[in-house]
Design a protein around this ligand. Structure first.
Ligand code: G3H
Ligand code: 13P
Ligand code: ZN
Length: 340
């Protein structure tokens, strides 16, 4: 099946009452691990690439590996999404390359650090929506800022999303999905204790869903930072400053209130590193890189298998036929919002 749009995946998820994980990728083994898990659990899936991933792998390598994934697993609906686009130019280049979905992260400026004003966020996001929807491509926007920084991405300051502003933002931009800030951060150190209602503002999601029932809510920074994986990584010689992550129960509560896309990068990274370290610890004489590659693939797959079950996406791969970009574009033109 061709790469499908994220809008269709999320509309179907809303109709089915489940969430869809969006896993970050940088290389072949991550893509293979995700796709093997999707095949085994029969899950539709979002594969996303950050700007860092695009420059690490190279645009054409990344895109063609994703085409290979779609060809190898023709029964699995898979969307290719630009994660944290920092400017309209980044999003447009992703669309030109063949991505079926983009995030215009206008919560921050082009430097991906300085918070942008509400008006400027609306302006850049609307520019991307106009360009993308004409081509049938999905757009995610962001309002509010996450904590933490990854490779220089992020202001480091958490600014929770204001639900009333979210309503205005969606009305003025026409985004398909909205990333909200509820207190999470990117990376392995999110919270110093198990997050409760004071740390994780789940009520913001509930309020936004009440106001915007047709807008898909996106939870960034949703890795759970599994303690067993962190332990394995450390036992195999790794040093990682890991705290508490987002509990699966919080993600599941979010899904009950309109969360449809759940971003997971760190958990895959941690599992890959743990498995590769264990591989070299247990096989010090292995100098064939395929050994480490298989370990990496298995680490990514393990996390994906778990999340696909936990988010309820497992079993939904065959629920629908993919819609073409042209069909999606026609829907946007005619004002039809849902593709389910
Ligand atoms: O947005 C954060 C993701 O975890 C991507 O991270 O920019 O290091 O690829 P990255
Ligand atoms: P984690 O660092 O929690 O995996 O978050 C990933 C993310 O939000 C990517 O956009
Ligand atoms: Zn993110």
């Amino acid at each position: 099946m061709p790469l499908v749009t994220m809008r269709q995946l999320l509309d179907e998820a809303a109709a089915g009452g489940y969430g869809v994980a969006a896993f970050n990728v940088n290389n072949l083994e991550q893509i293979q691990g995700i796709m093997e898990a999707a095949q085994e659990t029969r899950s539709p899936v979002i594969v996303q690439a950050s700007r860092g991933a695009r420059s690490y792998a190279g645009d054409h390598f990344l895109y063609h590996m994703m085409l290979a994934a779609a060809e190898t697993y023709p029964d699995i609906p898979v969307a290719l999404h630009q994660d944290h686009g920092n400017s309209p130019e980044t999003c447009i280049s992703a669309i030109e390359l063949g991505f079926t979905s983009v995030m215009m992260d206008g919560s921050l400026g082009e430097d991906a650090k300085t918070p942008l004003s509400f008006e400027d966020n609306v302006a850049v996001t609307k520019q991307v929506v106009d360009y993308a929807h004409e081509r049938g491509v999905t757009v995610e926007g962001e309002l509010g800022t996450l904590g933490g920084m990854e490779d220089g991405v992020g202001s480091g300051e958490i600014c929770l999303t204001d639900p009333a502003q979210a309503e205005e933002f969606v009305e003025r931009t026409g985004v398909d999905a909205l990333a909200v800030a509820i207190g999470t951060s990117h990376g392995a150190y999110k919270f110093s204790r198990e997050p409760d209602g004071e740390i994780l503002a789940m009520e913001i999601i509930e309020d936004i869903h009440r106001r915007l029932p047709d807008t898909h809510i996106v939870m960034h920074g949703s890795s759970s930072v599994p303690a067993d994986i962190v332990e394995r990584l450390k036992a195999a010689g790794g040093e990682v400053d890991a705290g508490f992550g987002v509990p699966i129960s919080a993600i599941q509560r979010g899904i009950e209130h309109g969360v449809r896309k759940v971003n997971i990068d760190t958990d895959g990274r941690l599992a890959i590193t743990a498995f590769v370290r264990e591989h070299y610890r247990d096989n010090p004489d292995d100098w064939d890189p395929r050994g480490a590659g298989k370990a990496a693939r298995a680490g990514q797959k393990l996390i994906c298998m778990q999340r696909m079950q936990e988010l309820g996406m497992a079993g939904h791969a065959g629920d629908y036929e993919p819609m073409s970009l042209e069909e999606m574009a026609a829907r946007y033109t005619s004002g039809v919002r849902s593709a389910a």
